[in-house]
Design a binder for this molecule. Structure first.
Ligand SMILES: NC(=O)c1ccc[n+]([C@@H]2O[C@H](COP(=O)([O-])OP(=O)(O)OC[C@H]3O[C@@H](n4cnc5c(N)ncnc54)[C@H](OP(=O)(O)O)[C@@H]3O)[C@@H](O)[C@H]2O)c1
Length: 256
């Protein structure tokens, strides 16, 4: 006998392209309704067309760092779909290339606003509006850059590391009703990372034991797993999705 579970609602920040759009598609395939965000309306309109599930897709334009946008979007999602069960804190920025020591505190603040404070703000809104009373699941978008130092990505690495530890802190605070996990991807072929791979892909492949860079779908599958009931005994965890990059680094380090 099949057990019917009520339809769920997921909010995915930065869902108009790349990994966020793939997550939206994956969760729609699993029967959920989705609310996607992004700053630019044309990108959102194109995403809604591509997802082709009109009734189950809501798109709200705004910056993840804007508190009013966060409150309004959460309210609209609950009003339209009747719940907010899953939050995917996917939107993130890399405002500059360079070492942390050469980055102005203003720019570092911008990175922390979008990559740390905004995800916390989304979680606070979601918990207040729905998850606090009904439970839920949060997946934060980490990065390999958040677990090791990386040349030229100073502000980004520090902010992603903070997000990963915030994931553990919130998993502790919000259990048992709400699970909070993170994914930790290596290089994924999207617009965001194009400067890192577009003219350089062949040179990078040697670092990846699985022989290719990531796709948005690779990460979306991991997020869907952590978000859903198959991960119901997992919280505060970070799932590395990296084609073996970290393993490769471990074996190619000199032995001390
Ligand atoms: N690609 C990689 O190699 C990689 C690896 C590890 C982690 N990540 C993380 O994955 C996440 C998504 O990146 P992606 O590679 O999928 O990028 P992407 O293809 O460029 O997509 C980014 C999405 O986020 C939206 N967005 C960007 N800035 C935003 C803001 N300030 N407020 C609201 N929405 C915003 C974009 O729409 P608009 O431009 O219209 O705002 C778009 O929908 C980021 O957190 C990134 O740090 C990426």
């Amino acid at each position: 006998m099949s057990v019917q579970t009520p339809a769920r609602t997921a909010l995915i920040t930065g869902g108009s392209r790349g990994i966020g759009l793939a997550v939206a598609g994956e969760l729609l395939d699993r029967g959920m309704s989705v609310c996607i965000t992004g700053r630019k309306q044309p990108g959102l309109d194109a995403a809604v067309d591509e997802l082709a599930e009109g009734d189950r897709v809501l798109a709200v334009a705004g910056s993840t760092a804007d508190p009013e946008h966060r409150a309004r979007t959460v309210a609209l999602a609950v009003e339209r779909f009747g719940s907010l069960d899953i939050l995917v804190n996917n939107a993130g920025i890399n405002p500059t290339f360079g070492p942390l020591m050469a980055t102005s505190l203003e720019v570092v603040t911008t990175a922390f606003h979008a990559n740390v404070l905004a995800p916390l703000g989304w979680i606070q809104e979601a918990v207040t509006a729905w998850m606090g009373a009904h439970g839920g699941s949060v997946v934060n978008m980490g990065s390999i850059a958040g677990v090791r130092a990386q040349l030229g990505l100073g502000a980004y690495t520090a902010s992603k590391a903070a997000l990963l530890h915030m994931t553990r802190q919130l998993a502790f605070e919000l259990a048992p009703e709400i699970r909070v996990n993170a994914v930790v991807p290596a290089l994924v072929k999207t617009v965001f990372a194009s400067a890192l791979w577009e003219d350089n892909e062949a040179n990078l492949l040697g670092h990846y034991p699985l022989g290719r860079l990531g796709t948005p779908r690779d990460v979306a599958k991991a997020i869907a797993f952590l978000a859903g009931d198959d991960a119901s005994w997992i919280t505060g965890e970070q799932l590395v999705v990296d084609g073996g990059l970290l393993v490769n680094d471990a074996v190619s380090e000199p032995a001390y």
